[in-house]
Design a protein around this ligand. Structure first.
Ligand code: UT7
Length: 363
């Protein structure tokens, strides 16, 4: 039977580390609050965000400084020094190297980012261009934190049906450019960060190893749970100074609502995956949940009676990197010896949309 097998993984995070103490010099928050409510101690951000935060921490009038940055960029510069496709490229190059294949040998690229380089063309295409490829099909998914799971499911179908033999699936995010790092944006600014993870999938015949099943869902009736309308046909014109002045450029989140939905949907989708494969928790060697908040993972683990040692977590070091969080965990778990040949790994993610899903694989 033809299956899709992961033959290489990779990740990339920007070098700048922002701990909770730096954030608490910018806004009214504390290391204690953030660790207690989320488990996050530090996160990685782009060089631009880092420079901005260092300046904001020293600014006597933080609201005025942040407004100036939103109005004019930092020192009048609005072009990013690091974009989301740069992070995607770095993670992909590592995955390709570990797989022992070149970008030219890919049949398809599936990239997922919540905040793209440009509104269009999509980041999959930008990434493809950075590889110097001129005809490989490239997709872009916008399923937020669930993007990598959706990407795996799509790639698996392309491989099983024989359309493609080798696919790069990437989850990359540069979210830190979105937030207001003063008190007004503190609910979201402490959670999200930048990073990328990638895998190379290859068709294999026979054997047990490879992707097994995928379980995908969305619920578009709860748009206000987590949304960003910076550019879009929900307003005319799609982008305007008035829209920004009315603060509609900033992402919105109802933290409690997201928390409750996340716990419920994780429980359901893990149950669905186990049932579809006639397995139970004891059969799974490692659970990788999207790294949004350690309390969400603890609640799910408790409800499903998953021993906490069977989960891999790094939210403490990277915060919430949305579509990048599952492939970063997968790469780290593999490098750290947490996944061995033959192991069953269940990955699950939940995010904006809402969109969520789970994938089961045997390593
Ligand atoms: O990929 C999915 C993305 N989103 C998520 O995963 C978010 C899921 N939700 C959460 O993780 C949690 O709801 C949060 C971490 C966002 C918030 O934790 P919470 O325990 O639900 O706190 P809360 O929203 O009920 O807020 C409690 C208090 C509020 O103050 P008052 O109204 O009680 O005076 C907030 O204003 O905490 C305040 N607060 C903060 N305080 C210090 C909100 N953000 C902060 C902050 N620092 N950064």
């Amino acid at each position: 039977m033809r299956r899709a097998k992961i033959i290489g993984t990779g990740m990339a995070v920007p070098p700048a580390v922002v701990d909770n103490h730096l954030l608490s010099r910018c806004m009214n928050t504390s290391d204690e609050w953030i660790v207690q409510r989320t488990g996050i101690k530090e996160r990685r951000v782009s060089p631009d965000t880092y420079r901005m935060l260092l300046r904001l921490a020293e600014a006597p009038d933080k609201v005025a400084f942040m407004k100036q940055v939103f109005d004019q960029g930092l020192d009048g510069v609005i072009d990013s020094t690091l974009t989301v496709s740069d992070l995607a490229l770095e993670a992909s190059q590592m995955a390709l190297e570990r797989a022992g294949v070149t970008a030219r040998e890919l049949d398809c690229i599936i990239e997922s980012s919540t905040v793209p380089d440009f509104a269009y063309p999509h980041t999959g295409c930008v990434l493809q261009g950075k590889f110097g490829l001129t005809s490989t099909p490239a997709f872009n998914l916008q399923q937020g934190c669930a993007g990598f799971i959706y990407g795996l499911a799509m790639a698996d179908q392309f491989i099983r049906t024989g359309l493609y033999g080798r696919i790069l699936v990437v989850g990359a995010e540069l979210l830190s450019s979105m937030f207001d790092y003063t008190d007004r944006g503190r609910d979201m600014a402490v959670l999200f960060a930048d990073g990328a993870g990638a895998v190379v999938l290859q068709a294999v015949e026979g054997g047990e190893s490879g992707l097994i099943s995928h379980h995908l869902h969305s619920d578009g009736t709860v748009l206000d749970g987590l949304a960003g309308e910076i550019y879009g046909s929900s307003t005319y014109p799609a982008i305007s100074k008035k829209k920004i002045d009315e603060d509609r450029g900033r992402p919105r989140m109802n933290g409690r609502q997201v928390f409750v939905h996340a716990v419920r949907r994780f429980r359901e989708v893990v149950g669905e995956c186990l049932e579809a494969n006639r397995m139970d928790v004891a059969d799974i060697d490692l659970f990788i949940f999207h790294q949004a908040n350690i309390r969400i993972i603890e609640a799910v683990a408790e409800a499903l009676k998953i021993p906490f040692e069977k989960t891999y977590n790094n939210v403490e070091r990277y915060g919430n990197t949305a579509a990048a969080s599952v492939p970063i965990c997968l790469h780290e778990a593999l490098m750290g010896g947490r996944i061995k040949e033959g192991d069953l790994v269940l990955m699950a993610a939940f995010g904006t949309g809402f969109a969520w899903g789970a994938s089961l694989l045997r390593w």
